[in-house]
Structures are given as C-alpha cells and as structure tokens.
Design a protein around this ligand. Sequence first.
Ligand SMILES: [Zn+2]
Length: 195
Amino acid sequence: MSKVLNEVLAANQAYSQAFGAKGELPLPPARQFAILTCMDARLDPAKYAGLAEGDAHVIRNAGGRATDDAVRSLVISHKLLGTREWFVIHHTNCGMELFADDVIADLLDDDLGTASFDGKSWSNPHHKGGHAAGHFIKWHTIKNQESSVVQDVRRIREHPLVPANVPIYGYIYDVRTGRLDQVKAATEAGKPKAA
Ligand SMILES: [Zn+2]
C-alpha cells in the first residue's frame, strides 16, 4: 500500500477514536461565516483563522479565486446554510503568480508529467506527448496579489445571486509570518450595501 495512504488511514483512525461529541454537530456552520482561500499546503485556515469542526465553511482552490464554482459554493453557504460574512484570502508567494495561461497550456501540450521550476521558468523533464485541452481552460493565474483580491471580492459582490447585505473582507496571508493583512480596497469593495 502507498506510504501516504497508510499514513492517512492511520491518522484517521486515531482521529475518529477521539471524535467524541463532534458526531452531534449540526450541519450549518455555527459561526456563520465562510472563507475562500488558496489550496497552498502552507495555509491551514483552521489554524490561521481559529476554526474548530462545525465553525465555518472553507472553500479552497488554486489561488483562492472567485471562480464560478467558488461562487456556487458561497451562494449555497449563505442561501441554504446561513453564513453571513465572507472572507477572500489570497497569500504571498502563491504558485499562481509563477505562470501564465499559455505557459501551463504549452507544458501540458508537451507532456502531462510534473514539470520543474528553476526559479524563473518551467520545463518538462520528459516529452512524451500531452494534450491540447489546456489551451481551452482559463487557469485564473495571479499577476498581483492585491489586485487579485480586489478583483475576486468585486466579482462576488457584483454577482446577481449574492445578497447585498453580506460583507466580504479581503486579506492576504503572509506565508513568512502567518499574519493576515487586510487589502483595504478589497474590503471597501466588499462592504455590504445597506438593506
Ligand atoms: Zn496559492
């Protein structure tokens, strides 16, 4: 069996043995908020935002971008599960700043295996043939963290299915300090409009 699979199953066994009263948690998040953030392995929203099981929704994707699917989750989060405040949290040193759409599309076109990065550019160790499908995907890369947070907050704020009274806060998590720094222009753009 794979090493990782073994480790995960062992960790889960220990977790479930100490599960206790968490089995009784209600489905709607108790603290009524949601976080949209990046999948980056260095980010642990439960820790950086102080969450326990049952507290809040955490929606993650590459970059923490307000994609159609992220908006779908946020709308469900409010409409059916009662969250009333949302955070968009991007972070410093995000992998999404390290490539552009044509870069990943060209790499995938050449080979599907993991590419390597030399600090400046990406290359494929093998060239076994990939697929052209990557040219038809919008990868939601990031050129500037602050503007990406503002963009995403604005996109959510202006979405027709997002009610005007949900405040949306924009932050950048610093991977070197663990600190959340507010992006004022984003929080400003995400201010609730008086009901
Ligand atoms: Zn990231």
